[in-house]
Design a protein around this ligand. Structure first.
Ligand SMILES: [Zn+2]
Ligand SMILES: [Zn+2]
Length: 334
């Protein structure tokens, strides 16, 4: 099994988790172009990705999602509330006359009637909240992905322009209920964060008996997250800010309160507390991620985590690494 952190931090997050037969991208928080560049740098073939999984709808996790999913023509897994929030975020607020609206509803009805009755219920999104199969976005994706030289902002197809939240396919999962993609079992767990339905993930490859987890964007460490993070071999864990740096830092008061709140981000201190008190010492690698550029220093985060597990650090286990915002981290293979 392999984990490759392509980017981690307040300006964009994305990680590849792969087993022998399945490759997943977790979050797509950089532009499509930058994500493809990072995958090339990290020797991760984008064409081999099977799906994209989204933790929550904040921009630093979804910035390149629509364009990347359409280009690679792969399904996107969300919780239903996260998908809805993302669609709202992506859909420009336009005003239209009642006559035009009726016209559009009629067109959508006809499109649905024309599509196969057995089509998957959750294929393609609709900004009108009706869901349902709609062949227009798929045609648009094909046109879009054929034109690799076009800047990603240029979307030639009118259907995509009309529905910027169209995706090749959407699948829903529920936190607490595991599901399979290929030979990977994915267990999503709820995280305390100010988004519609935020979650982290545990990935397990049955054939390799290895477990990897991603837990970032949490205001604190609730019992369900602590228990989800047991028996993990590679753990990507948030260590967002240094408390003193945040207090003295440049953020406006309201933003400081948000970061510090129970639905904000984990401080170095909170991460160290988890590592010292609750962590089972099982991981070969702990990758500290989602570091704030303004309110943290890599050496502070590293020192704080290493101190917390000093007794348990050996050459074989509990190696602490730092995920970067600006470049991919070398793949960790177990
Ligand atoms: Zn967030
Ligand atoms: Zn984030």
């Amino acid at each position: 099994m392999r984990m490759t952190v392509l980017a981690s931090g307040s300006k964009g997050n994305s990680t590849v988790v792969a087993s022998a037969h399945t490759r997943l991208l977790i979050d797509a928080g950089l532009s499509c172009r930058e994500l493809l560049k990072r995958m090339a740098l990290a020797n991760e073939d984008p064409a081999a990705l099977d799906a994209i999984l989204i933790t929550h709808e904040h921009t630093d996790h979804v910035a390149g999602l629509a364009v990347l999913a359409r280009r690679l023509r792969i399904p996107v897994f969300f919780t239903e509330p996260t998908h809805r929030a993302w669609v709202r975020q992506m859909t420009p607020r336009t005003t239209m006359s009642y006559a035009k609206w009726l016209d559009r509803v009629q067109q959508e009805k006809q499109a649905r009637a024309a599509s196969e009755p057995g089509a998957p219920a959750m294929t393609a999104s609709s900004s009108w909240g009706e869901g349902g199969a709609n062949d227009l976005p798929l045609a648009a994706c094909a046109a879009e992905s054929d034109d690799n030289s076009a800047p990603e902002e240029e979307v030639p197809a009118t259907a995509v322009q009309r529905d910027p939240a169209s995706l090749p396919a959407v699948e829903y999962f529920q936190p607490g209920t595991c599901f399979r993609i290929g030979d990977l079992t994915v267990t999503p767990f709820t995280t305390p964060h100010d988004a519609a339905d935020p979650c982290g993930f545990v990935f397990e490859s049955a054939s390799e008996a290895i477990r990897m987890a991603i837990a970032t964007d949490l205001g604190y460490m609730p019992p369900n997250v602590k228990s989800a993070l047991r028996r993990i071999d590679v753990l990507l864990l948030e260590s967002n800010h240094d408390l003193e740096m945040l207090k003295d830092g440049p953020y406006p008061w309201a933003v400081k309160q948000r970061v510090l709140s129970r639905v904000g981000h984990l401080s170095n201190h909170a991460t160290a507390e988890f590592l010292a008190r609750d962590y089972d010492g099982n991981a070969a690698f702990i990758i500290l991620g989602h570091l704030s550029e303004a309110n943290n220093a890599p050496e502070l985060a590293l020192h704080s985590a290493e101190e917390a597990i000093r007794e348990r650090g050996t050459l074989l286990g509990n190696r602490v690494l730092l995920a970067l915002q600006s470049a991919p981290l070398a793949s960790i293979c177990l």
